[in-house]
Design a protein around this ligand. Structure first.
Ligand SMILES: *Cc1c(COP(=O)(O)O)cnc(C)c1O
Length: 402
């Protein structure tokens, strides 16, 4: 059986986790800081805040940006639903800007058409591992922010793009975003079981992210509101000495904390990230060679600005030209032990969005056409050359393509 993706766990990972289990701290210990340092360094960002999922990371990033009722959040329709749900969690309206037909990433000119004075955040998604065209998005957000006399935040959803590059910079550097979000779910590039993180270069956002991760609690003395309660009275005078038990909840946050157990796994996995990506790119070369020669199949396009980690390998197939349907094809292939997936059903067509935000079929024609044709075929670092050949042959056989 060949799945479309899977994690790679080795003895070093297992040892790292067991070491934490035998230590004094299994949550809220030193591994969280260490993982955050490794993450931030790996992409050249100043700060990282690790949380219990990529979805939580998106949520606290939206909270830190301060979006709420009456605000719009623009994102791509071709993404995992979490990229849009995070706006809805905050009471904001998700707005979908159609995709570019070559990269399948959000189109900058389509964003331009959707920006209004209600826009609070733009969330470009680095789909399939290839960075969105971040520089023009960031410039547009700054320009429109000036025009509307407000700050428009850019949150890059890089859940699929850890280890990728854009214009020579590591994804996560936040060179063209206010915050960048990653996910460590097992199908992503490194895993912590469940897990995620927000990267930023902005110190104020960093402290907000930490606060929203932990119930809205602060223990920074400068933030305290009830100063009479916070500080000790010495000879009747309020001193600068803090009461040792003291903390304050100054906002409504969540328990989105990650554990030391998970972070130990994450640190160990980070050592293998480059190797994982190298193997993925080898698989891509073999697939491109094979599928590039079949008519009515489109292989992935990699923009010259990008160095993709190839989270997904997606084929666009003219199913009717092969006298089949995608459903029939997927079932036939599964009988040969090869599992495939569809990424994604356009978010704006989901019943929840149609019902609550009035979106629907026809809103994003490029995304909808893409969706009819797309198929994600297996790609993961543990694939052997034989696996790759077997997948390619099984697909060709099932399609009856020469
Ligand atoms: C995986 C993913 C998420 C959510 O991450 P979880 O860790 O599963 O919560 C969000 N956005 C995109 C684009 C993803 O691929």
């Amino acid at each position: 059986m060949i799945p479309y993706g899977r994690q790679w766990i080795d003895d070093d990972d297992i040892k790292a986790v067991v070491d934490v289990l035998r230590s004094n701290f299994i949550t809220q210990g030193p591994k969280i800081d260490e993982f955050e340092r490794v993450l931030a360094e790996s992409c050249g960002a100043k700060y990282a805040v690790a949380v219990n999922s990529g979805t939580s990371a998106l949520h606290i990033a939206c909270l830190a940006a301060g979006t709420g009722k009456g605000d719009d959040v623009i994102t791509s329709p071709i993404t995992f639903i979490a990229s849009a749900n995070c706006a809805a969690y905050c009471g904001s309206r998700p707005v979908f800007a159609d995709i570019n037909t070559r990269t399948y990433n959000i189109s900058v000119s389509k964003i331009e058409k959707k920006i209004t004075d209600r826009t609070k955040i733009i969330i470009p998604v680095d789909f399939a591992g290839q960075s969105a065209d971040m520089e023009p998005v960031y410039i547009l957000a700054k320009e429109k922010g000036k025009e509307f006399n407000k700050k428009i935040f850019v949150i890059e959803d890089s859940s699929q793009a850890q280890g990728s590059y854009y214009k020579g910079k590591a994804v996560g550097s936040c060179a063209f975003s206010d915050m960048t979000v990653m996910s460590f779910h097992p199908v992503k590039h490194i895993t912590t079981g469940e897990g995620g993180a927000v990267l930023t270069n902005d110190e104020e956002l960093y402290w907000k992210l930490r606060k929203f991760r932990n119930h809205g609690i602060t223990n920074i003395p400068g933030d305290f509101v009830n100063r009479e309660e916070a500080f000790q009275h010495v000879e009747g005078e309020l001193s600068e000495a803090l009461n040792p038990w003291y903390y304050e909840q100054i906002d409504l946050g969540y328990n989105y904390r990650i554990t030391d157990i998970q972070c130990a796994l994450g640190i160990s996995q980070m050592k293998k990230l480059n190797r994982f990506i190298k193997r993925r790119r080898e698989i891509v070369s073999m697939y491109n060679e094979f599928f590039g020669r079949i008519e009515n199949i489109q292989t992935p396009y990699e923009s010259p600005d990008c160095d993709s980690n190839f989270h997904l390998y997606i084929l666009l197939v003219e199913w009717a030209r092969f006298g089949t349907t995608r459903a029939k094809f997927m079932a036939g292939l599964k009988k040969k032990g090869v599992h495939t997936q569809v990424h994604y059903i356009p978010v704006h067509t989901q019943p929840f969005y149609r019902k609550n935000f009035g979106t629907g079929w026809g809103d994003c024609p490029n995304a909808e056409e893409y969706y009819r044709k797309c198929l994600s075929i297996p790609i993961y670092p543990a694939m052997t050359d034989d696996d790759i050949k077997n997948v390619a042959e099984a697909i060709r056989g099932t399609l009856n393509a020469g």
